[in-house]
Design a protein around this ligand. Structure first.
Ligand code: IPE
Ligand code: IPE
Ligand code: MG
Ligand code: MG
Ligand code: MG
Length: 364
């Protein structure tokens, strides 16, 4: 049974609604999702075979990659491709590739130099089991394997080239990696200096931006002047705009890329591709808002990771900046916009509509 830390009063009502709507997700949707996940599991496992890697590396990579997870991104690739009349046998390679990038991002995200987490996908984090060096290298190996697998897609050369560009852009400095940099820079209000210095529009007390009782900027790096992460300028940007930027980059970019990969591999029209991308951008932001909310309310056993870490680390998150209720409403609005974005596909977009709901109603 799912348990929430904030169970009583208005929150109790909210979470009961949250749970009852979750139960309402259609059986056929759950079954379809399960079937797609199963295919992803099988393909991921076989994509690890025969690579000729040193045994400890192979073991560390398999430990994280085959630890479960929702497989959201590869499922999105398969659903988008299907919606554009693509074949699943072509879409499965980009689907696996994006899950590899995602898993690498999680291994690195959990490192002591980043979020310093002990649990992931219901297991000890990679560095806890294999040590930091091998965890870093397992991430590196997954990042590069992703492009090896993508290159093995049995599609025309132009399509493979386009897939590569889409995935690389989303994973790199203008996408996930860049977003992670901004996420760390914003820890304990270190973006972009104190509220007073930056003119940041925030409902939070100044203590939040100063890091409350802990005035240092950033956790693992020296003071602000020497900390390169604190040199990121963000003048004239409100706290919410900056937070949206972080979330869109660190999480939204890869999720939007999943939809685009599905469209590209299926040979979709430009219009179909841009509608799917817009859907992806909306659910991508909604997904990270839901992740932020779950960090406050979620149950460790269901999440497979430790809740409460964002507050411990002084992360800039939706609940911290805007409160739970506003965050939830924002996620709902994004789901609606996502569903509108794919309405031209008609009833065939049903799976994507249900998936968008699942993203904000999930408990893990
Ligand atoms: C967690 O992603 C990291 C975020 C981008 C919020 P998921 O919640 O998709 O993690 P898994 O793949 O299910 O473990
Ligand atoms: C991580 O965001 C986004 C990534 C690019 C991995 P979080 O740091 O919030 O993800 P969790 O909560 O550790 O899964
Ligand atoms: Mg993080
Ligand atoms: Mg984290
Ligand atoms: Mg999180």
């Amino acid at each position: 049974m799912v348990q929430f830390a904030a169970g009583g009063g208005a929150w109790g009502i909210f979470f009961r609604c949250f749970l009852s709507r979750q139960i309402m997700a259609s059986d056929s949707f759950q079954q379809h999702l399960q079937a797609l996940r199963q295919q992803v599991e099988v393909s991921l496992q076989s994509s690890l075979q025969g690579r000729g890697w040193p045994q400890p590396l192979a073991q560390a990579v398999e430990y994280s990659l085959m630890a479960g997870g929702k497989r959201l991104r590869p499922v999105l690739v398969l659903l988008a491709s299907d919606l554009c009349a693509g074949s699943q046998s072509l879409a499965i390679s980009p689907a696996c590739a994006i899950e590899m990038i995602h898993t690498y991002s999680l291994i690195h995200d959990d490192l002591p130099a980043m979020d310093n987490d002990d649990y992931r996908r219901g297991r000890l984090t990679s560095h806890k089991v294999f040590g930091e060096a091998l965890a870093i290298l397992a991430g590196d190996a997954l990042l590069t394997l992703a492009f090896e697998v993508l290159g093995e897609t049995a599609a025309a050369a132009e399509i493979r080239a386009e897939l590569t560009v889409v995935l690389a852009r989303a994973a790199g400095g203008a996408g996930m990696v860049g977003g992670q940099v901004l996420d760390l820079a914003a820890e304990r209000g270190s973006f972009p200096g104190t509220a007073a210095a930056s003119g940041v529009v925030s409902s939070l007390p100044d203590e939040f931006w100063r890091g409350g009782a802990e005035p240092e900027f950033g956790r693992n790096l020296p003071g602000s002047a020497k900390n390169p992460l604190n040199a990121i300028p963000a003048t004239g940007v409100s706290g919410v705009e900056h937070l949206n930027r972080i979330h869109r980059m660190k999480t939204g970019a890869l999720i939007a890329a999943a939809l685009e990969l599905g469209a590209v591999v299926a040979g979709a029209t430009t219009q179909q591709r841009s509608q799917l991308r817009n859907y992806g951008l909306c659910i991508g932001l909604a997904f990270q808002i839901a992740d932020d909310l779950l960090d406050v309310t979620g149950d460790a056993a269901r999440l497979g990771k430790t809740p409460g870490r964002d507050a411990d680390l002084g992360k800039l998150t939706y609940p911290a900046l805007l409160g739970m209720e506003t965050s939830r409403r924002q996620a709902e609005m994004l789901v609606q916009e996502a569903c509108d974005s794919v309405s031209d596909f008609g009833p065939r977009s049903g799976w994507l509509q249900e998936l968008a709901r699942f993203i904000v109603e999930r408990d893990h």
